[in-house]
Design a protein around this ligand. Sequence first.
Ligand code: GMT
Length: 375
Amino acid sequence: MKIGIICYPTYGGSGVVATELGKALAAVGHEVHFITYTQPPRLDFFSENIFYHEVSVASYPLFEYLPYESALASKMVDVTLNEKLDLIHVHYAIPHASAAYLAKQILKYKGVHIPVITTLHGTDITLVGKDPSFEPVVTFSINESDGVTAVSESLKQDTYSEFEILSNIEVIPNFIDLNRFKRQEKTHFKKAICPNGEMLLMHTSNFRAVKRIQDIVQVFEKVNKVIPSKLLLVGDGPERTGIEHLCRELGVSQDVRFLGKLDIIEEALSLADLFYLTSEKESFGLAALEAMACEVPVISSNAGGIPEVNLHGITGYVSEIGDINDMAANSIKILEDPALHSQMKQNALLRAKEFDLKVILPKYEAYYQKVLGQS
Ligand code: GMT
């Protein structure tokens, strides 16, 4: 198949899922054309089946806001015609699904039919999408897609309850490349961060308010009083200053380390004893899955699709959003009991294997075939 993939070229979330999916499709022989405004970070190598088309938006003094959606639709038309694409797969509805709808209509006038598949990732539904400034366009473009997938059952249900959706939504969960995300022997690094044998607690994200990293710092303060620990915060974003302030306020700054945006997350995860994902909203929680693949049990909130990934009492523990006392108690329970800790590490890896790229990729291929057959 010749597949066009449209996504945000981000370091995490939907951008990474889309890029890794494209790479995997190319590896099994499909021709994949990425259409984005800049090269996705994980696309920094040569593959004979991968092509990259940059969307550039012409600027003009009249434009207070650059019309990216129009430029993206025009690029989709161009690539579909010249590369003879079989289908377009957009990741994150806003504004990719409506741009794809526009491209599809333009192509129809040129006698070309191109099916469009939209994958919903989370905030395009749960936060941004339902804002009245976007909702009518999101509803319309989902309904007009030839295929719609959601990354978790919870996101599928949220989409049906928040929007008037007439089409079927297929759940195809996110996946993990177990060749990359596996626990590595990094004892010398662990010793550098935890010189006195402290436990290492970890979180990675884009440091947005929705992640509730302040909860993690408060949980850490409680755990650290009972079990000497260090907290590793990987990533960066708008909440960073507030988090640093809270660390100072709670007197834990000397035990909290900010690593910034790190490409080799799997190496940092290999040092961790527990991983935290305390989000207020989270359609899936890819970061938790990455930790689990590196044999790290997860302490999480019960937001959105997280409980579909982190199994309560098996791969870690799930608490109500914001219940820092429960999260701290669960952390201490695991860290104080080496047998439980070891069992949960094994369970985390076993659970991660269910989301192996090798298991999920055929689901996308089968779905592409189904949509092509119907349209
Ligand atoms: O909030 C983020 O972490 C970024 C966001 C995105 O679209 O890039 O992530 C969403 O998509 C990820 C990939 O499908 C999911 O693993 C995240 O759970 C989801 N984030 C939220 O729902 C808040």
